[in-house]
Write a protein that binds this ligand. Structure first.
Ligand code: KG4
Ligand code: ZN
Length: 341
């Protein structure tokens, strides 16, 4: 079965072709026009998706050596994300599915991050604990089987990636900031300063990152950062911040894994590209855990994970007719529905 997938939920325009669960092409165009604004400008993102989508889809078909006539199903991200951006990819994909007379599969972007660890041969065993760390979400999910999962923890304020981006901005680094902090932290001292982690009473597996970010802000003010900054000071602060965030992610994930008696952990989403996070989780293998991380190209937003999730949704569905006419009524949803995830 050949799947064509489209992802436009935020600032990446991406298209991918898969043959079952094997990725034949995964083209990602990251919009750089937002960088000068220090964050994604929604209207600008929609316009760029509109300009790019057709070229990216054509490129992804060409790279895969498939043609429209070879495509059996079409999948697109329909939730959550920037509404204008979602509408471009979703409607492009629906129109294509309608004209080719093939099923259309709506995909939840967060579920796609969850299943990104099944791309290219990896197969985390069920049940596992999924930690999703992206720019917009931080979630702990108990995954019992395909599409049988429940959210057991989430962030009460900033997402982990958002905290990385905001802290990078405070330090005068570019946007998005996660990979800048990761790079600079390699030469910094992670014990340089202890940024406090927020412990949330009575909500065991939930996260909070805005406190860490605010304590970076207060610390920078206290030391009069603009007057004393040096490359090594920036690296030390980046390393200390990264230490606090990654400790918090590890701590809650382990608490959940122990409480649910699960020894398999899957980490995914943009922040899963972080080298210290990976190093800390990989140390768990010494105590009997099996840990999965996506390849870097499947950590940040990409259409391959949308295609795989669409394919899994299709093959695990009992009634394939739900993906025909009914699926064209599916609406884009900007927010994640925590109760019906
Ligand atoms: O999953 P993703 O590509 O997009 C969303 O669905 O939000 O995640 C993007 C986030 C950004 O906040 C970015 O700064 C962060 O992932 N990120 C990183 C690293 N690479 C990307 N954070 C920490 N370390 C990295 N190496
Ligand atoms: Zn994402």
């Amino acid at each position: 079965m050949n799947i064509l997938a489209v992802e436009t939920s935020c600032d990446e325009t991406s298209a991918s072709v898969l043959e079952n669960d094997k990725v034949l092409s995964n083209i990602v165009s990251s919009q750089i026009s937002h960088n000068k604004f220090g964050g994604v400008v929604p209207e600008l993102a929609s316009r760029e998706h509109l300009n790019n989508i057709s070229t990216i889809v054509t490129k992804s078909l060409d790279t895969s050596s498939k043609q429209f006539k070879d495509i059996d199903i079409i999948a697109a991200t329909c939730e959550p994300g920037l509404i204008g951006s979602l509408l471009i990819g979703m409607n492009f994909a629906k129109s294509l599915a309608f004209s080719l007379n093939v099923p259309f599969i709506s995909v939840n972007h967060i579920q796609a991050h969850l299943y990104s660890n099944f791309l290219n041969g990896q197969k985390p065993e069920f049940p596992f604990i999924g930690l999703i760390v992206s720019g917009g979400h931080t979630l702990l999910i108990l995954v019992e089987n395909f599409f049988r999962h429940k959210i057991i923890g989430y962030t009460l304020d900033d997402a982990a990636g958002e905290a990385f981006d905001k802290t990078a901005k405070l330090l005068g680094l570019g946007y998005p900031g996660g990979h800048h902090i990761d790079r600079l932290a390699k030469t910094g001292d992670r014990n340089f300063h202890k940024f406090p982690q927020t412990i949330i009473k009575d909500s065991k597996y939930n996260f909070s990152f805005s406190g860490i970010k605010t304590s970076v802000l207060y610390y920078l003010r206290k030391i009069n950062f603009d007057n004393v900054k040096t490359d090594s000071l920036i690296s030390d602060i980046a390393a200390s911040f990264q230490e606090a965030v990654t400790d918090s992610l590890l701590y809650n994930t382990l608490e959940a894994a122990e409480a649910y008696g699960v020894k398999i952990i899957s980490v995914s989403g943009g922040v899963s590209a972080n080298s210290l996070l990976k190093e800390k989780f990989e140390k768990l293998t010494a105590s009997g855990y099996k840990v999965y991380f996506p390849k870097p190209e499947y950590a940040s937003d990409n259409a391959a994970m949308i295609g795989l999730t669409g394919y899994l949704k299709y093959i695990h569905s009992k009634d394939k007719s739900e993906f025909n006419l009914e699926s064209f009524n599916y609406l884009a949803k900007p927010k994640l529905d925590y109760d019906n995830f």
